[in-house]
Design a protein around this ligand. Structure first.
Ligand code: NAD
Ligand code: KPL
Length: 305
């Protein structure tokens, strides 16, 4: 499909998506935070993606929010807590009929983005791909996975999915993206905070079976109450499967805390606890987990939101 792509954010996922689109010969532009970052990016000569066995640099053209052609398709690849502000700065550049693809983990940031872009189609993504950034402008594709895409307001698949196929991005359109997002949120809530509190790899949670089981039970109650029974089905079994399958990994939240970076707590555990409160559902283990996690973040001088 002809037409350009813009990728906002040159971090791990932004690099992964921009490089694959670029290598497929598609017209893709990278949006950097400001002129200083743009100059540094240009000096580096492009984005480097390390995807075994190849490490390749892609000279994806860069620009800032202030300059550039109208945007037709925008991939938002910043953290959940940056998405609203980052997208608001680009609102004036969105072409009529523009579409925005949101890669953020968790729930809540898509609503924040939609509120600053009335009338713009916002497509949600839930991805199990994994990438990290050992240095600026360089990402390592560490975990092959799959991306679900969908629009809770409109089940019609967009024509540009063919571009993603051309770029070799494994994905599928789903009419029930909210169920996927809730399921991933529940998995992240059951695993990530405990890895921070026990300062451990995912696999070591097998030594805390009662804690994991109580959280899964409460998270399943929450999913049911929020109208997501499919996301609740067999949650505990899947959490145990993920703990086993990713036993050697540190969760994304553990990595953020270890590197002294802000976490996405508000869009994961914070979102879950707020939803429970809204539904007047008492979930004591989940709420205690939130208090303990906030305490651990405060003790390290990290933001609690
Ligand atoms: P990251 O921190 O590596 O990258 C975010 C980038 O966005 C940074 O380079 C930052 O400078 C940039 N940014 C922030 N505000 C900006 C702005 N206003 N203008 C331009 N750039 C801006 O984060 P990431 O790991 O790529 O994660 C992005 C999102 O994807 C998160 O919500 C994360 O949970 C989700 N996710 C990540 C992975 C992964 O493996 N990395 C997997 C699944 C989901
Ligand atoms: O997605 C994850 C993360 O680390 O963020 C897993 C591996 C599922 C652990 O919750």
């Amino acid at each position: 499909m002809a037409g350009s792509w813009h990728v906002l954010g040159a971090g791990s996922l932004g690099t992964l998506w921009a490089c694959r689109l670029w290598r497929a010969g598609l017209d893709v532009r990278l949006i950097l935070r400001d002129d200083q970052r743009l100059a540094a990016y240009r000096a580096a000569g492009g984005l480097t993606l390390q995807a075994a066995p190849l490490t390749e640099q892609s000279p994806v053209p860069g620009e800032t929010a202030a300059q550039g052609a109208p945007i037709q398709r925008l991939i938002v690849a910043c953290k959940a807590y940056d998405a609203r502000q980052a997208v608001a700065a680009l609102a004036h550049r969105l072409a009529p009929g523009a579409e925005v693809i949101l890669l953020q983990n968790g729930l809540g940031s898509a609503d924040e983005v939609a509120a600053v872009l009335p009338g713009v189609r916002c497509i949600h993504a839930s991805s199990t791909e994994g990438a990290y950034r050992p240095q600026p402008w360089h990402a390592v594709f560490a975990g092959h996975g799959f991306t679900w895409l969908g629009d809770p307001a409109d089940p019609t698949p967009p024509a540009w999915l063919a571009d993603l196929d051309q770029a070799g991005i494994p994905q599928q359109w789903t009419a029930d993206i909210l169920s996927r997002l809730w399921r991933k949120l529940a998995l992240n809530c059951a695993i990530n905070p405990l890895t921070v509190l026990h300062d451990c790899r995912n696999g070591e949670l097998a030594q805390h079976p009662c804690e994991v089981a109580s959280l899964c039970d409460e998270l399943a109650q929450l999913l049911e109450r929020c109208g997501q029974p499919a996301a609740a089905a067999d949650l505990h079994a899947e959490v145990l499967r993920v703990i086993h399958a990713t036993a050697q990994n540190f969760s994304s939240m553990h990595q953020d805390v270890a590197l002294g970076r802000r976490t996405e707590i508000s869009y994961l555990l914070g979102y879950a606890c707020a939803a429970a409160t809204r539904h007047r559902l008492a979930l004591p283990h989940l709420q205690q987990l939130q208090r303990r996690l906030i305490g651990a973040l405060q003790a390290r001088g990290l933001p609690c939101d």
